[in-house]
Design a protein around this ligand. Structure first.
Ligand code: FES
Length: 252
């Protein structure tokens, strides 16, 4: 290969210098254009970055443009009563008193309803007392009535039976009780007809003592209903009763 001459080399160098700045200039101008465009319209990420860097929030409060100052105490003049203070107070007392009366009446009605609901019903009250016509019971006879679900013996005793009941030595009885303590009128003996052993109903005009006999376990009661023999521990119970008239008996 032939060596390049000095004149040729200098011509080549000057051409290269002439060409290179041209391409460099164009790329530089391209970068400058992109940078200008970027500066003119920053992207959203750049805006977010800028705002976070500056400390400003993107939230817009609906109250930031409020017309009124919330620290001021509002005036209620338009709502204040036009009447005097005394009349206002009288009206307040009247209103409070009326409300109190109404509340008391309501409470009373509620409590009364509750108590009435808890009390015994009419059919139970009807069973609480039983009235018996004594004229229908001949002397020497027994009548059994039902009272509060239990049998009640009513015995129209004869003179002999009364004497027999009164002649018993009270000290000798298992459940000591004088006949006079068990009757209000000697001729009328009224007892609950439930054996005091285990609750059977004794049979009248039976047993060793002319009174009642319980067949369940063999308890004997005398003509006053006192236990005389057998396992029963107590005399037959005397219920609450009264004689409103000579011929009327009320049990209960
Ligand atoms: S229940 Fe009457 S004697 Fe036992």
């Amino acid at each position: 290969m032939r060596p390049v001459t000095a004149s040729t080399s200098s011509a080549l160098r000057s051409w290269t210098r002439h060409t290179l700045p041209t391409s460099a200039t164009s790329s530089t101008s391209r970068f400058a254009a992109v940078a200008a465009a970027t500066t003119a319209s920053p992207s959203s990420s750049q805006r977010r970055l800028q705002s976070s860097e500056s400390g400003a929030s993107s939230f817009e409060s609906p109250f930031q443009h409020a017309k009124y100052d919330t620290t001021k105490i509002p005036s209620f003049k338009n709502y204040a009563s036009k009447s005097s203070e005394v009349s206002n107070r009288v009206f307040s007392y009247f209103l409070a008193g009326s409300m109190g009366l109404l509340a008391a009446a309501g409470a009373k009605a509620t409590v009364q309803d509750f108590l009435v609901n808890m009390s015994a019903s009419a059919d139970v009250l009807a069973q609480a007392k039983v009235e018996i016509d004594l004229a229908a019971i001949p002397e020497g006879k027994n009548v059994i009535i039902k009272w509060r679900g239990k049998p009640v013996f009513i015995r129209h005793r004869t003179e002999d039976e009364i004497k027999q009941a009164e002649s018993v030595k009270v000290e000798s009885l298992r459940d000591p009780q004088a006949d006079s303590d068990r009757v209000k009128k000697p001729e009328w003996l009224v007892m609950v007809g439930v054996c005091t052993h285990l609750g059977c109903v004794p049979i009248g005009e039976a047993g060793d003592f002319g009174g009642w006999f319980c067949p369940c376990h063999g308890s004997h009661y005398d003509i006053s209903g006192r236990i005389r023999k057998g396992p029963a521990p107590l005399n037959l119970e005397i219920p609450v009763y009264d004689f409103p008239d000579d011929d009327k008996l009320v049990v209960g």
